[in-house]
Design a protein around this ligand. Structure first.
Ligand code: ADP
Ligand code: MG
Length: 254
């Protein structure tokens, strides 16, 4: 059976998309998982990160807006498959709002393809709106990507109480908190060490022990439309995401 995991945070620029592609690639390459990535962000960063630089004809937008079967939106790559996104998705939340079972649209679409995959990773937009609610309703578990910075913890407890608890109580009681992954850690910066320590004090075992260090190869790979194992397999970024994948297996997430 496939596992569905959402990567969330209400903030942008914290490493959600970088985690989606590189964790997905690591689980495919080193753990032989058949992986589907879903770009659920209208900014379509995951889509370009996968090397799709021109707007795709079919995307998650058509799936959600005009009921295109999800299989018709899937693009295949050597390491994983992708349901791309496009700018139009940013308007889809408004049209979903008035629909019955509006939180179920993503779940319904995924159900039609999930048997073909071991893991489906959903890259969420930087907001806790209807699309993120849809992702969490469809998911077995979620990972919070947290940029290692002074204000990182600010708002995290709200994600857990105002979003996750609401989803669990009303839409998806089996939703598991897989953990928080600290990203863009720079050991030369004392404040990063403090932020990590504070997060570990607050969240204990819910913090992944793997910390994703700051590494320019990760952003260069994204600009080049490649995952890190394709772009620079010996980089710190590659080492860290390989370790995160191993930890996901150890934590029985899939
Ligand atoms: N560990 C890292 N080291 C260096 N740059 C990173 C790292 N993680 C992400 N980035 C860069 O930071 C920016 C934001 O990351 P991204 O994954 O797109 O965040 P989000 O999806 O949360 O908005 C991107 O340009 C990305 O390439
Ligand atoms: Mg993103």
């Amino acid at each position: 059976m496939s596992k569905i995991i959402s990567i969330i945070n209400h903030k942008g620029g914290v490493g959600k998309t970088t985690t989606a592609i590189n964790l997905g690639a690591a689980l495919s390459l080193f753990h032989k998982k058949k992986v589907l990535l879903i770009d659920l962000d209208g900014q379509a960063n995951l889509t370009t990160h996968c090397g799709v630089f021109t707007e795709p004809e079919n995307s998650i937008f058509e799936v959600l807006y005009s009921s295109l079967p999800m299989k018709d939106a899937i693009l295949s790559f050597p390491t994983f498959d992708l349901v791309p996104s496009k700018l139009d998705l940013s308007g889809v939340e408004i049209s979903l709002v008035n629909r019955p079972a509006r939180e179920m649209a993503v779940k319904k679409a995924i159900k039609t393809v999930s048997d073909n995959y071991d893991l489906i990773l959903i890259d969420c937009p930087p907001a806790l709106g209807l699309l993120t609610f849809n992702a969490l309703t469809a998911s077995d578990a979620f990972i919070i990507a947290m940029q290692t910075e002074f204000f990182a913890l600010h708002g995290l407890s709200r994600i857990l109480t105002e979003v996750v608890d609401v989803v669990r109580d009303n839409l998806n009681e089996k939703l598991v908190f897989a953990g928080i992954v600290a990203t863009m850690f720079d050991k030369r910066r004392a404040l990063h060490g403090d932020a990590l320590e504070k997060a570990r004090e607050n969240y204990g075992d819910e913090m992944f022990s793997t910390v994703i260090r700051i590494n320019s190869s990760l952003s260069d790979a994204s600009a080049d439309g490649k995952h890190i194992f394709d772009y620079e397999p010996t980089s710190r970024g590659a080492i860290d995401y390989k370790s995160l994948a191993k930890e996901c297996i150890k934590r029985n997430l899939l």
